[in-house]
Design a protein around this ligand. Sequence first.
Ligand code: BG6
Length: 517
Amino acid sequence: MSDTNGDGRIAGSINGLARDSDLPSKPGPCALVLFGATGDLTRRKLLPALYSLHVQGLLPERYAIVAVARRERDIDGYREDALEAVRAYAPAVPVNRQAWDTFADKIHYIKAGLHSDDDFRRLGETLAPIEQEHATEGNRLFYLATPPEAFSVVVEGLGRHALTAEQPDGPWRRVVIEKPFGSDLASSLELNRRLTAVISERQIFRIDHYLGKETVQNILVMRFANRLFELLWSRLYVDNVQLTVAETLGVEGRGGYFDESGTIRDIIQNHGLQILTAIAAEPPVTLEADAIRDEKVKVLRAIRTPLRHDVAFGQYDAGLVNGQRTPAYRSEPGVAADSCTETYAALRLYVDNWRWAGVPFYIRSGKRLARRLTEVVLQLRDVPDVLYSRLTCSEMPANRITIRIQPNEGIEILMGAKEPGAGMRVQPVRMRFAYEQEFGKAIPDAYERLLINAMLGDASLFARHDEVDLAWQILTPVLHRWGDPLTQPNAYAPGSWGPSSGDQLLAADGRNWWNSG
Ligand code: BG6
């Protein structure tokens, strides 16, 4: 039975399935154990996201937050720091005394070094009474917000002390692993081998926080909840696809990490390829995690290995941005003075399958670029050169569909329209959908959605091991610079759109990047 609400929405259920699936369900009771609890990620993202979920009433009825870190901290001091972090990084979330106090009561702090069996034994012993106090029924979400070298060490320690063990019909135990998951194919396979010696793939939730962004989730909705776009979505109509992940910030005190990583590992291997697969994948059979991930894996398997002429590398130089002097990448703290690490990369990729053969997917990402902007542009093929083309203004471009991931989230279609008045002149005009204007509310942080989904056991917004491995496999020759690790990146001015080699990549194909926003 179904019925129509006053606003035209359909209410009721089909085959017993609730139709209000847009409302997030509330997870069951659980303890959330945060490793790396005094680190940057916990302060900037996890605690603010958890508090925001608490205020919205989206956390379980019964839960505990167990912060684990190496430092000696008293619980009041840790709760004070947590409050400061929430105020600093979730300024839009109201902090009132009552809401904060009920949240703070759920927070516990355990000092543990995580290297010796004593540490894990103590962790288990301290966790048990906390679980009892909050009646979390033994369900545990372990969140590894630690440096990557600790991932397997922590999981193995938890395993030795049976903290992640599951019994049939018993409580669930899950582990959320932050990125980076390995640093190349070999290390990713090895990490996976060590994790799956202790826990099953079903228990592992690999974070790519871009998958938690509303605008990335909306790519599938846009494609498969509408008739309009899917008709155009193939080599028959799409000339090329351009994906930009641009940041204005430099490495911001993360020089040590970034110099070992670079843009290909930091952004392209995960966020970049995840967005590309959402754009290129076939419709999944259902919205279940594995159905979606199966389709993404097929796209990754079809991507041709990029050759040297398909890639441009850049590194930011010293310069002036808005009147402020900014240092060269090589002068940033933690960065080698002769570093060849790329802070910018642009790639030409081909998805060699029936739908996309011959359509270039250009991906670029960089730090200290002109604007903070993440977007995908699908440029359609030109119309036949017969009717209006000679009447258009000189710069009338082909139609473009722009999916703006951030900021100014939305979708825009560029098309030609007759300029009013006598005669016939065709001008480019834009049709826009803006999230904030349309829905009248700010977009929640990606971590809110990811934390809830992990508690619910929904892995659709997390990467499966074969996705991660294939992404590394595609990029391994690029990471190894095709056997010449000292390949020099091209210098670019801060505040620009990167080195000219990034533009030449498209110019060689008779195209150019579309910057907007
Ligand atoms: C992270 C990278 O995964 O994503 C950072 O490690 C980058 O280097 C960040 O700054 C960008 O995320 P967002 O959500 O700000 O686009």
